[in-house]
Write a protein that binds this ligand. Structure first.
Ligand code: ADP
Ligand code: MG
Length: 241
């Protein structure tokens, strides 16, 4: 589903250039539940944005569903995103002057679906998130966990194959974080590939595979069975750091 080969990415600001990704190789299969870890500034969001076709890269190759994603137009990128991917962000990115239902329905608005139909579908997705009673509420009337569930419903409404979540629990307390992780797990059980970025090891430990970035490269990839061993090592690393 996702294949990247020797990806490089630099940010150029005036005469300065920051080499963030220095040759990343990655394979993620359909139906996987993967986390990308690494310290702040290690390039996690940069990588996720490339995978989600929100940003381009300088060198290497990215194949999504067998299709090379390189030098494509913004229009093509938007079409692929609509077809294939959903996004969830740390700060929810809800539209403050639209209610929960309208926020969830937004992707369908962009697909040209009429108001009545898109609102009915949005209600189904809100219902799945246990938020039917909150449909008419504005984002500022919702808790953090509720806002993230609205954002997840919005990410699912266009029936994506992959959900990209950038620190989806970063603004939530641990109890609410675990609830959101349970929802992402369920989504994954339905066959959707879930790729999330986190710097919290307990969140990463809930996924099937952890990809750890360090100094612009993949430092290690840990599969589920090895997680306990890894957690032990990681804690020791933190203690000695
Ligand atoms: P992470 O998500 O792991 O915290 P990012 O991918 O956001 O890291 O950022 C990696 C590095 O690239 C950081 O040093 C950050 O300041 C820099 N960076 C990120 N986005 C931009 C940008 N649009 N322009 C310039 N520098 C950026
Ligand atoms: Mg980030």
């Amino acid at each position: 589903m996702i294949n990247i080969i020797n990806i490089h990415k630099s940010y150029v600001m005036g005469s300065n250039s920051l080499h963030v990704l220095k040759g990343i190789d990655l394979e993620i299969k359909q139906g996987e539940f993967v986390s990308i870890m690494g310290s702040s500034g290690s390039g996690k969001s940069t990588l996720l944005n490339i995978l989600g076709i929100l940003d381009n890269y300088d060198e290497g190759a990215y194949y999504l569903n067998g299709k090379l994603i390189k030098n494509i137009s913004e229009k093509q990128a938007a079409r692929l995103r609509n077809e294939l991917v959903g996004f969830v962000f740390q700060s929810f990115n809800l539209i403050s002057f639209k209610n929960a239902m309208e926020n969830v329905a937004l992707p369908l608005y962009y697909q040209g679906v009429g108001r009545k139909k898109r609102n009915i579908i949005a209600m189904e997705y809100l219902d799945k998130m246990g938020l039917r009673p909150w449909a008419e509420h504005m984002p500022n009337e919702l808790s953090g966990g509720q806002k993230q569930r609205v954002a997840i419903a919005r990410s699912l409404i266009s029936k994506p194959k992959i959900i990209f979540a950038d620190e989806p629990t970063g603004a939530l307390d641990s109890h609410t974080s675990y609830e959101v992780m349970e929802i992402l797990k369920e989504i994954n059980t339905d066959g959707i590939t879930v790729i999330l970025v986190t710097h919290e090891h307990d969140i990463a430990a809930m996924t099937q595979k952890i990809i750890r970035l360090k100094d612009g490269r993949v430092a290690e990839t840990i599969k589920n069975g090895d997680l306990m061993q890894w957690k032990h090592q990681y804690m020791k690393e933190l203690e000695t750091a």
